[in-house]
Design a protein around this ligand. Structure first.
Ligand code: HEM
Length: 340
């Protein structure tokens, strides 16, 4: 009986903590939308009332054909925001005189661009010149997260599109070989904390990776050892089967593995895997390299909802990095090209 009471009490206090965090997402959402006057939840309510529904429809349509597209779109938000801020510059096509971001090496595996292009076409038909490509991406990333099992958040909107996209600037995006100090620094450069970084990294619970992103860990770790000792031997063996060394040269760009055991479902199992030394990238596994980050990872591994709520907060923050607002930039008519 005493045990039952204790259990009920623990459940109650867990529930209370989760409710507090959900409330804090709502409060933070409204604080952000007030403190940065230019970004606002419901920005298109009068300007284009069906905007969110149209975007949601496009995302769902693509998701039904290929669930992996949700992961692609969440990653697009990250890659757009880390280069010149969340200004839709990732969508711009290269020209004969300019190699654009999307054609730079770190972006060679991005996917989901077509979903944003299609949504933009639909939106231009009903509300011409109103929705920025940067905002469409922010809504689509939220919807992709929800479709994958994550929590919903209100998107502060009012971003405008940039007019510059340079492949040479994608060096701001961290690499999978980065250690904890390097990834922390790259997030700090964008005004994001180490705690934001730990929460955002959990999005590696969905999607896929090309073998070439991590095969050094299997075959070419350093001059002393071929295999990364920080990688669980059984997991490494599995990865070697999917990514055989002999096929690397020929199928470098096509061989892929799921990021996780459930690559279409957002959950905190990503953090649990780290404690089994089954983080796919050096950068993932490095989250256990400090007491602070390891404690945060352990708390997420133990409580899926608490991670999902923190992830939502961190995505709201990520999607506000160096945004263009007011009279800055433009509303691109076509996400692929800057306005004449
Ligand atoms: C911490 C630094 C990070 C590094 C080094 C990193 C690196 C990578 C790499 C190498 C891939 C594999 C891409 C491929 O080969 O197709 C990947 C995939 C992915 N990343 Fe990250 N990433 C980081 C942070 C983030 C963040 C902050 C987000 C989102 C908020 C994110 C979301 C994703 C998603 C969803 C995928 C799967 C994409 C797909 O299936 O198409 N990543 N990441």
């Amino acid at each position: 009986m005493k045990f039952l009471h204790q259990n009920i009490e623990t459940h109650r206090s867990n529930l209370f903590m989760i409710m507090k965090r959900i409330l804090s997402v709502i409060v933070i959402c409204s604080l952000i939308s007030h403190s940065q006057a230019a970004l606002e939840v419901g920005f298109y309510r009068d300007k284009c009332p069906f905007a969110e529904a149209i975007i949601n429809h496009e995302v769902k349509k693509s998701y039904l054909i290929d669930k992996g597209i949700a992961a692609g779109i969440v990653r697009l938000q990250f890659h757009d925001c880390f280069v010149r801020g969340c200004d839709g510059s990732i969508f711009i096509d290269s020209t004969p005189t300019n190699q654009a971001e999307k054609d730079g090496s770190t972006n060679e595996s991005i996917r989901g661009l077509e979903v944003i292009y299609n949504a933009k076409d639909k939106l231009e038909a009903v509300c011409p010149g109103v929705l920025s490509c940067a905002d469409i991406l922010a809504y689509a990333a939220r919807d992709s997260n929800v479709l994958s099992g994550g929590v919903y958040w209100d998107v502060p909107a009012g971003r405008r599109d940039g007019r510059i996209s340079r492949a040479s600037e994608i060096v701001d995006i961290p690499l999978p070989s980065f250690n904890l100090v390097q990834i922390t620094e790259s997030f700090a450069n964008k005004g994001l904390t180490q705690a934001d970084m730990v929460a955002l990294s959990g999005s590696h619970s969905i999607g896929r990776s090309h073998c070439f992103q991590f095969t050094d860990r299997l075959y070419n770790h350093n001059t002393k050892t071929m295999k990364d000792p920080n990688l669980d031997p059984h997991y490494a063996q599995l990865l070697r089967i999917v990514c055989p060394k002999v096929l690397q040269e020929i199928f470098n760009q096509t061989l892929v593995v799921g990021m996780n055991q459930s690559p279409f479902y957002m959950d905190s199992s990503y953090y649990g895997n780290l404690f089994k030394h089954a983080g796919l990238f050096v950068s993932d596994q490095s989250l256990l390299d400090s007491q602070t980050t390891a404690t945060q990872a352990a708390s997420y591994a133990a409580n899926d909802l608490s991670w999902k709520v923190d992830f939502a907060q961190a995505m709201i923050k990520l999607s506000q990095v160096q945004v263009l607002t007011g009279n800055q930039g433009e509303i691109r008519a076509n996400c692929r090209v800057i306005n004449p």
